[in-house]
Design a protein around this ligand. Structure first.
Ligand SMILES: [Zn+2]
Length: 432
């Protein structure tokens, strides 16, 4: 038999290559917002083996096992919420590491959040228990700030126990679990001394990680101005920034200049909405006078999710309605927080990055947003999460946009049914 001409061979090879879909999943026609890559444009996003495989103006649907039309929607990196409470394992009554924490997945993935940072629910003593019970089991990526109190956020006297604030033991634990522990937290301290802040900063310095401060009781003996101008290092984070107790506006409603000075020296201001830490009467005038947050976070726990905070997209919607651009809202919920916790592999859609993706929709209508000091703000825009992808897998699909219409599928067969199971891309690949 005569050998085939070379060109025919090449053509046959190329045809074989293109007949096998290269990508697991293709999100087509969405408006991609990716702050790290300075991108705000309509792009197709291809995913393969849990990674972002390509972001291009046009990717052929034939190259993917599954193509999803996301035209009119926003495609963003999976949201990064750096202030949550997801360690409910200790059983301590009424504490943030007891009855007030939540198990993450049901309160994160439906809102586009693929990475959370537990803000000090555990300390160095109970972190291994937290890791075993929650971090190693959740589908959400759970990172943690270690409380400077060894016993964590146990409430009451536990959090005031200065003798359990051990910077060495805390730093050692942080370094032992450096894949998961991204910082140190101090919270709810009521005493007149700086000891809680100072020991947290000492632990953070020893482990080379940032500190997040919930200033607790604001006392004249330790002014908040000194916290952000002197005590915190550049890169440390002041959360609950729009709390009513925070000195923010002077008697005539003017933004106090020390805040801009603190920001200039590198201190980070984070929302940490929570159940008592976000007032429109602080946030709106501060935003108008040039003091927006560096990062948007929820302070998710049972009390906040049932009150004004609700969920990450609701908190982001508040900023959208206060006049922040969609680009900034997304940047401050993805790339900015990822950088704050020194996890620059997260919060963007660069080729090769983990495929954590949120697909969001802006609803237009009349909406009410509730704060933590008895007020509400009305607005016309509300963010809703249509689709969440974690590690390349669909983990949330509000309206079934990844599914085929049932009428098109024919009779159900127990075996060999041709449905694409969006939650199990891998099984489809294995079937080919
Ligand atoms: Zn908190």
């Amino acid at each position: 038999m005569r050998p085939l001409p070379l060109t025919t061979l090449l053509f046959a090879l190329a045809a074989t290559a293109f007949s096998q879909p290269n990508y697991d999943l293709l999100l087509q026609g969405g408006r991609v917002i990716d702050a790290k890559n300075h991108l705000d444009a309509v792009r197709d996003v291809a995913i393969k083996d849990g990674k972002i495989a390509a972001v291009e103006p046009k990717i052929d649907a034939a190259q993917a096992f599954k193509t999803v039309n996301v035209a009119g929607l926003y495609v963003t990196p999976g949201l990064v919420d750096i202030h949550v409470h997801v360690y409910a394992g200790t059983g301590a009554p009424n504490a943030y590491d007891g009855d007030l924490s939540v198990y993450p997945d049901g309160h994160t993935l439906p809102y586009g959040v693929t990475t959370v940072v537990d803000a000090g629910s555990s300390g160095w003593r109970n972190f291994p228990d937290f890791k075993q019970r929650v971090i190693d089991r959740a589908r959400t990526r759970v990172l943690a700030l270690l409380n400077i109190v060894g016993a964590g956020m146990g409430g009451g006297k536990i959090e005031q126990d200065v003798s359990d604030m051990d910077p060495q033991a805390t730093a050692r634990r942080a370094m032992e679990y450096k894949d998961t522990v991204v910082g140190i937290k101090t919270a709810h301290f009521a005493g007149p001394e700086w000891v809680a802040v100072e020991r947290a900063v000492e632990a953070g310095t020893q482990a080379s990680i940032p500190v997040m401060v919930d200033f607790g009781t604001f006392r004249p003996e330790r002014p908040y101005q000194d916290l952000v101008l002197k005590k915190l290092r550049p890169g440390d984070i002041s959360t609950h920034m729009y709390l009513t107790a925070a000195p923010m506006l002077d008697d005539s409603g003017k933004l106090m200049p020390y805040l801009l000075e603190a920001r200039k020296r590198g201190v980070i201001f984070d929302v940490g909405h929570g159940a008592g830490s976000f007032a429109f009467r602080q946030a709106v005038p501060a935003m108008e006078q040039g003091f927006p947050p560096d990062s948007i976070s929820t302070d998710l726990h049972v009390s906040s999710m049932l009150a004004g905070m609700k969920d990450m997209t609701n908190v982001m919607s508040k900023f959208l309605n206060m006049g922040m651009s969609m680009d900034d809202v997304i940047a401050k919920s993805t790339w900015a927080p990822a950088r704050e916790i020194h996890r620059e592999e997260l919060g963007h859609l660069t080729q090769g990055a983990v495929a954590d993706v949120a697909v969001l929709r802006i609803e237009n209508g009349n909406f009410g947003f509730v704060d933590t000091s008895g007020a509400k703000m009305t607005g016309t825009k509300k963010l809703v999460c249509e689709l969440t992808i974690r590690n390349g897998k669909v983990v949330w699909d509000l309206n079934g946009i990844t599914r085929d219409d049932w009428k098109t599928l024919g009779k159900y067969k127990a075996q060999g049914d041709p449905r694409w199971d969006g939650t199990l891309v891998q099984s489809v690949r294995e079937r080919r």
